[in-house]
Design a protein around this ligand. Structure first.
Ligand code: FAD
Length: 409
């Protein structure tokens, strides 16, 4: 059986949903089919490791649009169906059930799959990842019979999950292979602050610690053995060690790849004719990273790339040049990061971390390139303007928290 749709979007998550709606906002009148592997209509993932895990937000409130909105906007949802093949020459995707959908334009928005541990025990019962509603539902079902949890990975998802689980009364250990938490995304100062916060709340934070294997009884995890030989007892293990973009069908179709994802240009186009890619799965040269290839995993990136792609498909030439931003909630702390800090050559602290209200400002050659703002909304908003200005600033002035950043422009 073969259908045809003017635009086929593969991946009914953040980017896919935004692309469909942006196409309609751009007055696109063709047919749109949104194919998603998960059984649910598109929903926001950030709550999964925050309010949804905590049981504070019902799933219905996480839906990106009311269910009826999709048909009202003429978007055909095909849920619970995975695309397994792309025939770029024939402009056709194949679904798991063997059926085909022909496309005029394809948007690939599949995000990524959680990385698994490579050691023995990685696939036991009571070993979880936090990527989908299904993941968190399975995990939550086991919480009442759990007192101790080992979280492997001290990135955003690991730290957020740890904070929620402590609030739910669990004993939590974080095992992190690097010598600090948040090592991929934040400088030492920010990382040490969050490490101290977790310790203050009773989390056992093990840095520079590698997992040797997961111990088991009757097929269920009972603890994590670390490389020193010590076993950290746990009735539940949560693995938050990053994702691998789900791009195998595009790679088989011949798309150019980098950073495990599919390479796109500033308009979101892949190397395949009429195929775009967005969100976690797409690697692009980012002007805020001095043109380096990056693959960003954030709501802002998925949404803004989707909007740019929708504009290009409808004939407006638009480049993806937004300043990246990201947030994380842990305890009563809201971390908001704006810009990309990876290439910084200096940092300056504004405010005092002891007050739990401060910003770390990242510089490169005298220009502000990023800020980590902790409970510091004003710095976050005004700091974005400093980044956009592309001007140099005196770090000693930026360090004076009593001076509002906007007055420096
Ligand atoms: P996704 O939203 O992951 O959507 C991809 C969809 O494609 C999925 O439903 C997947 O099942 C489906 N799919 C995959 N392969 C196929 C296939 N072959 N066929 C059909 N469908 C397929 N970002 C922030 O900015 N702030 C946060 O606080 C934050 N917190 C997060 C917390 C958690 C627990 C997680 C998991 C992510 C969080 N993120 C956060 C990241 C953010 O959610 C992602 O960057 C964003 O969802 C990426 O959008 P996407 O469209 O690329 O992928």
């Amino acid at each position: 059986m073969s259908d045809r749709s003017d635009v086929v979007i593969v991946g009914a998550g953040q980017g896919g949903a935004q692309a469909a709606m942006s196409l309609r906002q751009q007055k696109f009148e063709g047919t749109i089919t949104l194919v998603g592997e998960e059984p649910d209509a598109p929903y926001e993932r950030p709550a999964l490791s925050k309010e949804y895990l905590a049981g504070e937000k019902p799933f219905e409130k996480m839906l990106l649009r009311p269910t009826a909105a999709w048909s009202e906007h003429g978007v055909e949802l095909r849920l619970g169906q995975r695309v397994t093949e792309v025939d770029a020459a024939a402009h056709r995707v194949r679904l798991e059930d063997g059926s085909d959908i022909a496309y005029g334009t394809l948007i690939w928005a599949t995000g990524g799959a959680p990385r698994r541990l490579a050691c023995s025990g990685h696939d036991l019962r009571r070993v979880h990842t936090v990527r989908s509603r299904g993941d968190v539902d399975r995990l939550r079902d086991e919480l009442s019979s759990t007192t101790s949890v080992v979280v492997v990975g001290g990135g955003y998802i690991g730290l957020e999950s740890a904070a929620v689980l402590v609030k739910l009364g669990k004993r939590v250990t974080i095992v992190e292979a690097q010598d600090r938490v948040l090592s991929r995304v934040a400088a030492e100062r920010t990382a040490r602050f969050f490490e101290a916060e977790h310790k203050r709340h009773g989390v056992d934070v093990r840095l520079s610690t590698k997992v040797a294997c997961i111990e088991e009884r009757d097929g269920a995890a009972t603890g994590v053995r670390i490389e020193s030989g010590e076993v950290l007892p746990a009735e539940m293990v949560i693995v938050g060690i990053g994702i691998t973009p789900t791009v195998a069908p595009l790679i088989s179709a011949g798309a150019q790849t980098a950073l495990d994802g599919v390479v796109v240009d500033l308009h979101g186009k892949t190397s395949l004719a009429d195929v775009y890619a967005i969100g976690d799965a797409a690697a692009h040269r980012n002007i805020h990273a001095h043109g380096a290839l990056v693959r960003l995993e954030s709501i802002q990136n998925a949404n803004d790339q989707a909007t740019v792609v929708a504009k290009n498909i409808t004939g407006k030439t638009e480049r993806y040049e937004s300043i990246p931003w990201f947030w994380s909630n842990q305890w009563d702390l809201r971390l908001q990061t704006v810009g990309l800090s990876q290439s910084h050559d200096a940092t300056v602290l504004r405010g005092n971390p002891a007050t739990r209200h401060f910003s770390l400002v990242y510089f490169r050659e005298g220009k502000v390139i990023a800020l980590d703002c902790v409970n510091a909304m004003k710095d976050y908003i005004q700091g974005k303007a400093l980044i956009a200005s592309n001007r140099t600033f005196d770090p000693s002035v930026i360090a004076r928290a009593e001076i509002e950043l906007k007055t420096l422009l």
